[in-house]
Design a binder for this molecule. Structure first.
Ligand SMILES: C[S@@+](CC[C@H](N)C(=O)[O-])C[C@H]1O[C@@H](n2cnc3c(N)ncnc32)[C@H](O)[C@@H]1O
Length: 250
């Protein structure tokens, strides 16, 4: 199995990599460009761990739900190239003005990542930069309709049913797999939802979509923001906040 990172495997225990399947994160990293303004963002520590573990310097990271750019900033600070897509124009414009596009390219595209057309732009960027593929995909979609991100009918948070959400998400997966280097990793970060007295395991449904497309499941990780509960003196109450699911292409 080839090694897809720059870690020294002889002393990986001294690295900052987390190898356990429960990530207890004391608090959000607010350093650098991370200002945490965006409702619905993830903590920078998640993309950081994935990038360090599954890529090397100069690799290309792809995020089809880039939002406020958490993945872009982590890619930048770890000397990786980046391509991101989001459906919200104002967000894309803001992010374009904040990323550093000099030594390592960081390209932000406006579009619907469930549609094939927008991937022509991704391929144009890859060709221009003399890169064959992307080397890691990080997917942090809306958690179905929990937070409404925009008024666009193509926004995954404006779905009318679970089936519609999963169909659209499967399209994003299909498009992403086409540009992902063979044998490389794709991670899905999503929370479950509770509605009408029922637990809806969005994370497992999304995992199922990835497996239907032939990806191999490598890991399921549960993340908990320990600090959020500690502040309320409720350390003992745990909630499954987000699942990070790692997949590889075949
Ligand atoms: C959970 S947020 C991602 C947040 C991001 N990880 C961050 O830290 O800021 C999901 C994002 O998906 C975007 N989105 C929803 N439907 C989309 C679609 N069809 N194509 C591209 N982006 C979409 C939303 O605008 C939102 O910014």
């Amino acid at each position: 199995m080839p090694i897809f990172n720059d870690l020294n495997l002889n002393n990986w225990k001294d690295s900052e990599i987390w190898t356990d399947s429960l990530w207890l994160i004391p608090e959000r990293d607010k350093t650098g460009k991370h200002d945490g303004f965006y409702h619905g963002n993830f903590v920078p520590q998640i993309p950081r761990q994935l990038i360090l573990r599954y890529t090397k310097k100069n690799d290309v990271i792809f995020d089809p739900f880039v939002g406020s750019g958490t993945t872009a900033y982590e890619a930048e600070s770890l000397s990786r190239h980046f391509i991101g897509i989001d459906i919200q124009e104002a967000l894309v414009e803001k992010l374009k003005s904040r990323v550093d596009n000099n030594k390592y390219f960081s390209e932000i595209i406006l579009g619907d990542s469930a549609k094939e057309l927008v991937y022509d732009k991704v391929n144009e960027i890859l060709e221009k930069q003399k890169k064959k593929n992307i080397n890691l995909a990080i997917l942090h979609p809306p958690y179905a309709d929990i937070i409404k991100f925009s008024d666009s009918k193509d926004d995954l948070s404006n779905v009318k049913s679970l089936k519609e959400f999963l169909d659209k998400f499967a399209e994003v997966l299909k498009n992403t797999i086409k540009i992902l280097e063979n044998g490389r990793y794709l991670a899905i970060i999503i929370g479950d939802k509770y509605s009408a007295g029922q637990w809806i395991p969005l994370s497992f449904y999304c995992m199922n979509e990835a497996q239907k497309l032939g990806l191999t499941l490598k890991s399921v990780i549960i993340k908990n923001m320990a600090g959020n509960r500690a502040k309320q003196n409720k350390e003992a109450i745990w909630r499954v906040a987000q699942n990070t699911l790692g997949f590889v292409t075949q």
